[in-house]
Design a protein. Sequence first.
Length: 129
Amino acid sequence: MVEDSLRIVGSKRSVLAMNRIVNLTPHTVTLVCGERTVEVAPSGMIARVSATSQQVGSIEIDGFSFPVVKTVFGDVQGLPEPAENTIYIVSTLVLSAVQGRKDVVAPNTGAAIRDSEGRVVGVPGFQVL
């Protein structure tokens, strides 16, 4: 948890004076701002989206049959109800399943900062959908 101030301002959403950030992913989120970084450790709780797979066909390659599945996403599990002055960090998949929640963000992995070997070392901020 980071006990600090967070301000998110967007064209459709405005969340002001949040002072509690709860990381509901299994990974430390490293935020990069210039030469400075802030790490938000996992809270120990993980928000997930349930999923099931249904085989819809197969593809034959060199005599081998490979299944083609359709993934069907279900309910979100492990995401607390909104709490005053609290922002929840979740995966992009969870974020897409709870569109409309103003207290939920995901790391902006589309603009991830990578090391010389291409590994993600941090993100410049958060995303909303």
